[in-house]
Ligand binder design. Structure first.
Ligand SMILES: Nc1nc2c(ncn2[C@@H]2O[C@H](COP(=O)(O)OP(=O)(O)O)[C@@H](O)[C@H]2O)c(=O)[nH]1
Ligand SMILES: [Mg+2]
Length: 187
């Protein structure tokens, strides 16, 4: 069973981690990263909050074969400037640091991509070939809206449709496809 391991705010904290590979979740606050971790774990190991901008640290969840890493939500508009830059520092240190990051999933909600999402997508797709975009909360839109949304995301990001995974963490939609991708990244 998956379990929460450690919240990493400073470099030294990561000494507690083993050298299992990381699957990283990146996304704006409120996209449903914590909900997705709970859905993958099939238990409530991650904190879900209605208040955006809660996660200020890297949270490592041990899934036995790998860690799933919850990163601080970017683009939280009410955060102060110093808060924002300290968040970016945490992300930078992580992405450029010693961890073996075998897969990166950017999680966005079914509202479509913000300018911030696009910027992050460009950065991540340029740095990681095992990068995919997860569109969460598809339970909130119709099949037709989803089809249009996927088309427009593909057009604006240049990400192929086979690298975009529509899911609902809440309803458990399409999680088996996501699990399959995670397995492929771990190979
Ligand atoms: N309708 C719907 N709501 C969701 C879904 N996933 C998450 N949420 C809700 O979105 C809010 C933010 O979720 P959370 O997992 O804390 O997002 P995080 O900030 O990215 O970790 C919560 O109120 C969740 O219940 C989903 O698939 N569908
Ligand atoms: Mg969260």
């Amino acid at each position: 069973m998956a379990r929460f391991v450690v919240s990493v705010a400073h470099k030294g904290d990561s000494d507690l981690l083993s050298n299992l590979p990381d699957i990283a979740l990146v996304g704006p606050s409120n996209a449903g990263k914590s909900s997705l971790i709970n859905a993958l774990a099939k238990s409530r190991i991650a904190l879900i909050s209605n208040k955006p901008g809660k996660t200020r640290t890297l949270n490592f969840y041990d899934f036995n074969t790998h860690y799933v890493v919850d990163t601080p939500g970017y683009g939280y508009s009410h955060a102060s400037k110093t808060d924002k830059s300290s968040l970016m520092k945490i992300l930078d240190n992580y992405f450029l640091g010693p961890r073996s990051i075998v897969g990166v999933f950017q999680v966005v909600s079914s509202h479509g991509l913000s300018a911030n999402d696009l910027e992050v997508s460009e950065y991540l797709s340029g740095h990681f070939h095992n990068y995919m975009l997860i569109v969460n909360k598809i339970d909130k839109i119709s099949k037709n809206q989803l089809k249009k949304l996927l088309g427009s995301i593909s057009a604006s990001t240049g990400i192929g449709s086979d690298s975009i995974i529509p899911i609902s963490a809440k309803m458990g939609l399409n999680l088996s496809l996501l699990n399959l991708k995670i397995r492929e990244f771990l190979k």
